[in-house]
Design a protein around this ligand. Structure first.
Ligand SMILES: [Zn+2]
Length: 259
């Protein structure tokens, strides 16, 4: 079985001199592709550099809602234009996060909308981070600015509104990570069965969110096998079938040609 990690942060300092060791283990465990995700201007530059250094790593660029106050979207335009041959496959992670702050809502919304516009201009999909903000996220995507070239809800936490968005738009998808192995509410499993397999991909969000039984350790893409195993159990399909399907879905979503 082959694995595609649709969301990771390998430029995180926590890997530092262990990075090659960690990535080699991932490769030995059949991780074929990784998308390294940007969260700020500096972080996005580092992410592009990661993609330039490793053939199997691709990159997104974007401003995470927590950085909406400090970073400017026009810098992402320059970044994209400066890197014409880079492997930038999406704008992300972008969105809304009201978990720690309620004061920056307007700034977060503005930067979110500007980045959807950027993605539409560049004909790229978007990777969405939404936390404690599903209603506003829904309102923006439905009424203000549609992502025209695909959308992926990263670390998906289902709500009725977001599920409806995903169902209504062909190229809208969801990503599940290690947190599906944590204790979830009953409704989570009911939601799972409302999402067709063709709209599901997997991610680790490394170095965060390691699955059970590795909580408290530094996550890495090898743990995708645990996530696929759990997911196949929850939605009651053959693990190999699911693993192949989510791999193909990820290639298609990020528009990457398998070689
Ligand atoms: Zn992330």
């Amino acid at each position: 079985m082959k694995y595609f990690d649709t969301h990771a942060h390998y430029n995180d300092k926590i890997y530092s001199d262990k990075l090659d060791e960690v990535l080699n283990i991932c490769r030995k465990n059949n991780v074929e592709y990784i998308v390294n995700v940007g969260t700020s201007i500096i972080d996005s530059y580092e992410s592009i550099e990661m993609a330039n250094n490793y053939s199997y790593i691709f990159s997104t660029i974007g401003i995470h809602p927590q950085n909406a106050k400090v970073d400017k979207v026009d810098k992402l335009y320059y970044m994209y234009n400066e890197n014409p041959n880079s492997k930038i496959v999406a704008i992300g992670e972008i969105g809304l996060d009201y978990h720690y702050t309620k004061e920056e809502k307007q700034e977060q919304k503005k930067v979110f909308i500007e980045q959807i516009e950027l993605a539409n201009t560049l004909k790229l999909p978007v990777v969405i981070h939404t936390r404690d903000a599903s209603l506003d996220t829904y309102e923006i995507l439905k009424n203000e600015k549609k992502a025209q070239y695909g959308l992926l809800f990263h670390c998906f936490n289902p709500t009725d509104d977001l599920i409806r968005l995903v169902q209504k738009n062909d190229d809208y998808m969801v990503a599940f990570g290690g947190n599906i192995t944590y204790k979830r509410s009953k409704s989570f499993y009911e939601y799972l069965n409302k999402i067709p397999l063709s709209k599901i991909v997997v991610e680790t969000d490394s170095p965060y969110l390691p699955p059970v039984p590795f909580r408290g350790t530094i996550n890495n893409s090898s743990n995708l096998s645990i996530i696929c195993n759990k997911l196949s159990e929850f939605i009651n399909i053959d693990e190999e079938y699911l693993t192949n399907a989510v791999f193909d879905n990820a290639l298609k979503f990020y528009n990457i040609k398998n070689n």
